[in-house]
Ligand binder design. Structure first.
Ligand code: SDX
Length: 436
């Protein structure tokens, strides 16, 4: 009698049966362990885009797309957004639980130790065109950190891995802000240890040597919450990229650069920038919203409702709900100085309303995701459009390094090496050029 925590696969071609173990998670669906399948039946499995494939085990983040649940180390995102800070959330993701007062102070101290950049890194910026997209600069400069921290980094040493994690969390705000300052032709501003994480970033972005600059505390608070919401998200494309790149035991800074590159795409983290471009296109067009909704449904048209849909959430993205509230609060408290931003928000709200009532979107469970409203908040903060995905990378860095650290700490870890369904030519002999 097969054990109940298993499934039996019958090969209809040969009649052979194989019993595969069912792995029981803390939360989420039971998972079939197919690692013996190829050995037992000689078959691969095929799941393009990994729609239903668990690439790893993880203790870090749990999400339930059907119920719109997101938890970091078991803590619901709604509670962390309301009660925690981004720095405390970084400690939680990296270390597994919320820090005590002394632990948090020591962590803050650790991050402060590493938030400056090597003076020579400044020269890397001048190699970029002034109009380079800041994500291009981020990929380059973060990758370049691997030239500064390599020889004394042992990815198999837990303490070295923690050092790399602290350095990346600490340096990303400086690298990100300097990407903006370089593009604007403004002098780099050094981090300050008397400021909070989000506050320090805004200080490095907007302060000028010629005058006193005070960060708006409501803006710093809104950004801190947005960073919490972006901190981690299970095995999304960029995190899977980090895991795969890191599985070859590569330098962690180079590995993080691969995650930034993957996040940049408009189907992923680049969507927040693409949402504003879409809303602007709509507002500048003489066509009505129905025209764009129809285009989004037209398979022949590449136009999609950016900020809508999600591989996992088939319900409202819980992060989108929180960001939507921040968006409204910010625009209510600070009447938008720029009527264009208000017009974008009005269009976003109208688009959301129409889409949520439309059968095409309802039948496909297409809801606003984390990127739908975040861009409007960033605009309200004076963050330029091409910096939106940089801010996503700023938040997600702790998720990437936490997932990388978890993978590298697994004594049974292996290099990631997926197989394929080969559909190319059968074996054939070389043809001399005279015969082609
Ligand atoms: C992020 O994975 C993560 O966790 C990512 C993320 C994170 O925190 O790391 O949450 C961050 O990347 C959020 C997603 C940001 N991207 C966008 O907003 C871009 C617009 N969204 C789509 O490109 C799309 O929804 C994806 C890429 C997000 C998800 O694509 P899937 O899961 O591969 O779904 P699909 O393309 O198979 O779509 C299913 C159906 C299709 O129609 P049918 O073939 O069934 O007829 O829904 C349609 C799609 O055409 N569809 C859309 C749509 N998204 C899906 N139609 C119009 N507009 C859209 N936005």
């Amino acid at each position: 009698m097969p054990n109940k925590d298993s499934v039996t696969l019958i090969d209809n071609r040969t009649g052979k049966e194989v019993e595969l173990d069912l792995l029981k998670p803390t939360s989420g669906p039971m998972t079939i362990d197919i690692s013996r399948l190829y050995k037992e039946l000689g078959y691969f499995t095929y799941d393009p885009g990994f729609m239903a494939t668990a690439s790893c085990w993880s203790n870090i983040t749990y999400l339930d797309g059907g119920k719109g649940i997101l938890e970091y180390r078991g803590y619901p995102i709604e509670q962390l957004a309301e009660k925690s800070t981004f720095l405390e959330t970084c400690y939680l993701l990296l270390n597994g639980d919320l820090p005590g007062k002394n632990e948090l102070e020591a962590f803050q101290e650790k991050i402060n130790t590493h938030n400056m950049l090597h003076e020579q890194l400044k020269t890397f910026y001048s190699g970029f065109r002034r109009d380079a997209h800041p994500m291009a600069t981020m990929v380059g400069v973060v990758g370049a950190l691997s030239a500064f921290y390599h020889d004394d980094e042992d990815v198999h040493d837990a303490s070295d891995r923690m050092d790399a994690a602290h350095r990346l969390i600490a340096k990303m705000p400086t690298i990100a802000a300097w990407s903006y300052r370089y593009a604007m032709g403004m002098p780099f501003v050094q981090p300050r240890n008397d400021l909070g994480y989000a506050e320090n970033f805004l200080h490095m972005m907007f302060s000028m040597p010629s005058s006193e600059y005070k960060v708006d505390p409501t803006m710093a608070k809104a950004l801190d919450i947005i960073l919490i919401l972006h901190a981690d998200h299970e095995q999304n494309a960029s995190t899977s990229t980090v895991r795969l790149a890191g599985s070859s035991q590569a330098n962690p800074f180079a590995v993080l650069a691969s995650g930034i590159a993957s996040l940049w795409g408009p189907a992923h983290g680049g969507a927040n920038e693409a949402v504003i471009q879409m809303l602007t296109e709509i507002n500048e067009s003489d066509k009505d919203l129905a025209h764009f909704i129809d285009r989004a449904k037209d398979k022949e048209d590449r136009f999609r409702l950016m900020g809508f849909g999600h591989r996992v959430y088939k319900n409202y993205d819980p992060r989108a709900k929180i960001i939507r509230e921040i968006c409204h609060e910010m625009l209510e408290n600070n009447p938008v100085s720029n009527p264009e931003h208000q017009a974008l928000l009005d269009t976003a709200m109208e688009l959301e309303k129409i889409a949520l009532e439309d059968d095409y979107f309802k039948s496909r469970n297409l809801y606003p995701n984390v990127d739908f409203h975040s861009g409007i908040i960033f605009l309200g903060m004076g963050i330029p459009l091409n910096m939106f995905t940089v801010l996503f990378a700023l938040g997600r860095t702790v998720g990437w390094v936490s997932q990388w650290n978890e993978m590298m700490g697994d004594p049974k870890g292996k290099i990631g090496r997926p197989r394929q369904l080969y559909t190319g030519e059968s074996t054939r002999d070389y043809k001399e050029i005279t015969k082609r």
